[in-house]
Design a protein around this ligand. Structure first.
Ligand SMILES: Nc1ncnc2c1ncn2[C@@H]1O[C@H](COP(=O)(O)OP(=O)(O)OP(=O)(O)O)[C@@H](O)[C@H]1O
Length: 266
């Protein structure tokens, strides 16, 4: 699959992502917010993990820090055993380009570039060899083999997201992070995108971490991590949409109760 020249990374061959007591504090004084209040986790290679939690619980912050798009205030992050720590912005960018893929809710394709040009752009920016045959293979695999010369505006939302996934996969990331990848899609396109993500995990041993609000999307993952108030408060394997929805309802109730108690204690 994907025209690999090297053997695919075997599923479960090790730890793909590790967070050790990661904190992210925004602001100071009265405006201080602990978006992450000490999050630790370990995800095996070849796993598909969904991150869920109430609004403001720190999901995006967790993803941004783990992917090296933002710096934690404290704590360690290791991607495939290598510490994500750059003295400079350039060092962090290099680390990201070599090891991390990111898929955004709104695709973030460059509108003036074709599908093919968008997909090979990260390789060019990283000054890595551009293997057009592999790029074509990946695009064929995501169902867009006949759209290489199209502009993003000539594609549907689901197709644009599949281009974004191809763009992330072509660089062979150790971990693919996805922030609400189906948030802007209709039900059918969302299902296609989720099936594609699942397939890259099952067939190629890709590691994926996906933030979502949607229990149906989360049920496509192997496991769900639950966040509340910047902390990991739960873990569920082999999730079903019903079980995830139920857990989320309880979580929202718990958080509301804690906030009422905290207010009353002031
Ligand atoms: N740049 C920032 N400056 C100050 N506070 C921030 C910043 N980014 C996030 N926060 C705060 O950190 C907390 C966690 O935000 P985050 O966006 O990670 O939550 P989330 O779980 O992804 O929320 P949602 O589901 O609504 O997208 C929130 O209280 C938010 O207001």
């Amino acid at each position: 699959m994907f025209g690999r020249k090297t053997a695919p990374r075997a599923q479960g061959s090790g730890e793909a992502l590790r967070l050790e007591d990661v904190q992210k504090i925004y602001g100071t004084g009265d405006g201080r917010v602990a978006a992450l209040a000490g999050a630790s986790l370990s995800l095996p290679a070849g796993s598909f993990t969904a991150v869920m939690g109430p609004s403001g619980s720190g999901k995006s912050t967790l993803l941004q820090c783990a992917a090296g798009l933002d710096r934690p205030t404290r704590g360690r992050i290791l991607v495939d055993g290598a510490e994500l720590a750059g003295e400079t912005e350039a060092a962090l960018t290099k680390f990201r380009r070599e090891r991390i893929g990111f898929v955004f809710q709104h695709f973030n394709l460059l509108p003036t570039l074709t599908v093919m040009q968008n997909v090979v752009l990260p390789l060019k920016l990283a000054r890595r060899p551009v293997d057009r045959r592999r790029a074509k293979d990946v695009l064929r695999r995501v169902g867009l083999g006949d759209r290489l010369g199209h502009l993003p505006s000539e594609l549907s939302g689901g197709q644009q997201q599949r281009v974004a996934i191809a763009r992330a996969l072509v660089a062979r990331p150790r971990v693919l992070f996805a922030d609400e990848p189906t948030g802007a899609l209709d039900t059918r396109s969302a299902r296609d995108v989720l099936a594609l993500l699942q397939e890259t995990v099952r067939v190629d041993g890709q590691t994926i971490v996906m933030v979502t609000h949607d229990p149906v999307a989360a049920a496509h993952a192997d496991a769900v991590l639950y966040l509340a108030d910047g902390r990991i408060v739960g873990h569920q394997t082999a999730p079903t949409a019903e079980a995830v929805a139920e857990r989320m309802t309880h979580l929202a109730d718990d958080v509301a109760r804690q906030h009422v108690t905290a207010e009353a204690g002031r």
